[in-house]
Ligand binder design. Sequence first.
Ligand SMILES: *[C@@H]1O[C@H](CO)[C@@H](O)[C@H](O)[C@H]1NC(C)=O
Ligand SMILES: *[C@@H]1O[C@H](CO)[C@@H](O)[C@H](O)[C@H]1NC(C)=O
Ligand SMILES: *[C@@H]1O[C@H](CO)[C@@H](O)[C@H](O)[C@H]1NC(C)=O
Ligand SMILES: *[C@@H]1O[C@H](CO)[C@@H](O)[C@H](O)[C@H]1NC(C)=O
Ligand SMILES: [Fe+2]
Length: 459
Amino acid sequence: MQQLHFALLASLLLLLLLPGIRSTPTDQKANIVHYQPEQVHLAFGERTDSEIVVTWSTRSLPPDQEVGAFSVVEYGQPVDGQVRLTQQARGTATKFVDGGHKQATQFIHRVTLRDLKPNATYSYHCGSDFGWSAIFQFRTVPSAAVDWSPSLAIYGDMGNENAQSLARLQQETQRGMYDAIIHVGDFAYDMNTKNARVGDEFMRQIETVAAYLPYMVVPGNHEEKFNFSNYRARFNMPGETDSLWYSFNLGPVHFVSFSTEVYYFLSYGFKLLTKQFEWLERDLAEANLPENRAKRPWIITYGHRPMYCSDDKEYDCNSDLETYIRQGLPMLKWFGLEDLFFKHGVDVEIFAHEHFYTRLWPIYNYKVYNGSAEAPYTNPKAPIQIITGSAGCKEEREPFSKDLPSWNAYNSNDYGYTRLKAHNGTHLHFEQVSDDQDGAIVDSFWVIKDKHGAYPAPQ
Ligand SMILES: *[C@@H]1O[C@H](CO)[C@@H](O)[C@H](O)[C@H]1NC(C)=O
Ligand SMILES: *[C@@H]1O[C@H](CO)[C@@H](O)[C@H](O)[C@H]1NC(C)=O
Ligand SMILES: *[C@@H]1O[C@H](CO)[C@@H](O)[C@H](O)[C@H]1NC(C)=O
Ligand SMILES: *[C@@H]1O[C@H](CO)[C@@H](O)[C@H](O)[C@H]1NC(C)=O
Ligand SMILES: [Fe+2]
């Protein structure tokens, strides 16, 4: 009897101790140092023609390193097909702590490569003597001048699950089809999910694209958590605005990127909305200085949430089909973008957010302003808008309204993405690629303009 009691007591004690024994390996895991670079991606620097920013992550940072010694890019132009990494550039590492309860930590490294030669191939790897990435390659733009024809792939709303277009984009990138990619908001679904591990996985998924060409981005509503902290930490767009808004020139195009989210998440600061609006006014005015517009005639904007709705369920459109982006804040009508873009003769406006592709006839204030009935996009009298939010994500496709509005020129529910080739100062060509239909082009159109700048007064 006595012995039985003792045995029971002993096993009880052991049971109590076990969790403690079991937890040891987990504790050790948390302390494992991990210096391997991952999630490598590129962006244009301040000077599109000669600067590339390389960004990557490591879990840990070795102690006692001099600043920059752990954030190194070795790079160079191949000679006779042989990789030569003869140049070196150093940058900075920033500690990023996700706002989730586990406070997941990583270090995000940023290095700017400067004075790159135009129209040149460079090989590079990044990291430090504690661990190097694979060797990647990129091509610089042909020249700072306008007389070349950039090709881009453009899409929004690509997730970590169901990223249906990604495989095709990887292949086309590796074949050298694009000079840059523009991802018009909504990444990973969401980057902060599972203590930012979904963001890490997404950045690893797109590495096969983004480590080879500039991956230009803009924030969407899915980036909102913790004041857009994952978005701001992981991407390095030009300018000093935490990548929220910026512009860059590519061939004959001036691209203007802006955050539609400053209109919706006012709790993060009304100031962001006013600052962005003032910046947009300045940037567009400068692009419209006669010498600038003559040299670089096209102005193309991109932002996540569209101005016009083609979707009944779209919560951004109230019963009057009104959006903050188009008209400005409710009631006050402050900071509306349709008037601003019309006034400054913006040529094309690209949006995403709705999980489909839509092309609109040239439009201003709900009225269609075709160039002519036969050629609506030849010298149109208002900006042309497209919505391209169907790269693929776990929230799947979205339905169109039963009665499509009269300004809708074309719709597709297929997963896919948009291609843009800016041929020259008078001709732009757009294509919509359907991934569902094995890469078929389901829509294509030319935008032709002999003259850019302010539109005629609306009738
Ligand atoms: C860029 O280089 C390629 C060869 O690599 C050449 O065919 C092309 O003409 C060059 N473009 C310009 C604008 O110099
Ligand atoms: C959110 O982040 C922006 C910088 O991107 C900053 O200007 C703003 O003050 C932040 N808002 C809050 C509430 O922290
Ligand atoms: C604009 O052009 C398209 C294509 O020709 C046509 O279907 C549409 O009715 C035109 N809209 C107006 C208002 O002229
Ligand atoms: C601009 O590009 C278009 C399409 O490639 C071409 O037809 C046109 O001749 C070009 N214009 C000039 C001035 O080169
Ligand atoms: Fe969205």
